[in-house]
Ligand binder design. Sequence first.
Ligand SMILES: NC(=O)c1ccc[n+]([C@@H]2O[C@H](COP(=O)([O-])OP(=O)(O)OC[C@H]3O[C@@H](n4cnc5c(N)ncnc54)[C@H](OP(=O)(O)O)[C@@H]3O)[C@@H](O)[C@H]2O)c1
Length: 440
Amino acid sequence: MVIALPQLIIGSMSSSSACFRDVTVGGVRIIQRLHGNSRVLGRQFGDSCHRFYPSFDRGYTGVSADTVKASTLGCSALTSSKIRHISRTSSAGRSESWSVPLSFGSVCSSSFSTATEHRRRGKMVVVPSVKLNDGSEMPVFGLGTYLSKENEGVEALRHAIDIGYRHIDTAFFYQNEKEVGQVIKEKIAAGVVKREDLYIVTKLWNIYHDPAKVEEACKKSLDNLGLDYIDLYLMHFPVGYKFIDDNHLLPKDEAGTLQLSDYDYLDTYKAMEKLVKKGWVKSIGISNFNSEQTDRVLQNCEIKPVTNQVECHPGFNQKKLIEFSKQRDIVITAYSPLARPNPAEKKPAFLFDEKMLAIAEKYKKTPSQIALRYLIDIGTVPIPKSANKKRLEENINIFDFKLTEDEIKVVDSFHTGERINPFNLVKAQNHKYFPFALEF
Ligand SMILES: NC(=O)c1ccc[n+]([C@@H]2O[C@H](COP(=O)([O-])OP(=O)(O)OC[C@H]3O[C@@H](n4cnc5c(N)ncnc54)[C@H](OP(=O)(O)O)[C@@H]3O)[C@@H](O)[C@H]2O)c1
């Protein structure tokens, strides 16, 4: 990620995030969002900037509206009618944005979705993507949905999509796949996003580790979501639970002890590979796997896991697992990236630390934003959950600055080595595949 130079991001009406053109003009980095058949004419763009934004160049070194013309832009294609929002951030962290007047262009003149309104007001954030080991792309920031249920979750997800969230993390276990699917359907029908703009992640729950049950479990998630395919299907945990029926997600005996199963996660994973071959899921991955389990999968799989989704936040920063995974071309998705804040108890400590507050003050951001930006800067993909509009906006608003090496070291120092999700409450730590007995 690249925010060292002054930066100009050109968003467009359609929110497909298929690819970004990346050019530098007069010291300004220009990331131009291209997609489908949208072809962009540099001259039209330069002229449009000049016409609509005469102050385009003010205060920025080496840039003038004139320089942003076809020839210097080096763009051979630009459909000015598709530009709806222009923003840029100076190296000093100052950001400016413009919305293209509605009379300009043809695309969004009629229907006004909330998303369009957000784009118009410059509130829409374009999240970059990371290329995964199977060639697919994952937005480097997503929305967690655990404990987002029913109306609250639906409203939150609607707003999240409107303001630029594209990567949505759910799970069979969260029992909210239907609500997630309902909002996806609604937003596609309203023309806010296309299916291919979204990156939908769900997970195989522990009661379905029997390889013979994996296909059935995936089908249930597809049906719940109302989708033809899932972008990423994760094995939620390497430990399996006994299957009683679909409603017993945490099967317990009469004494209240969790009932485990001893299916080998490797066999479960192999059954998940078949889902890729069937076209039901685009990518597969793992969650809560330790380094040895990851290597065992890698040594025996046909299709590599693209990600390992694990707890990761400044208090438990997973530096060793991140490095280990990077060497194997596996991206770490950071769950509980804010360590589930509890302001009344001033937890987690890193959000209330004075050094954290000083960094936040410097960038005019909140400590939560610094924590999330840190996770991006150390190469992970954070997926904070929020059902609150203001916090949804706050959390995604982290792509206009970058921490320095020294600031990263300060945040590194908040590592305590303590998980907030030890999973020991469910007695799974007695299982042979319990993942958290190793250091990483
Ligand atoms: N694979 C796994 O085993 C696993 C395990 C746990 C989680 N996950 C995934 O990771 C996602 C995120 O993890 P998480 O939900 O455990 O923890 P989290 O995202 O660290 O914390 C969520 C909590 O933080 C609050 N919050 C959100 N933004 C905030 C902000 N800017 N300032 C202060 N508080 C804020 C939320 O409240 P409001 O809603 O009121 O904003 C919510 O209570 C989950 O939703 C789930 O999708 C996966």
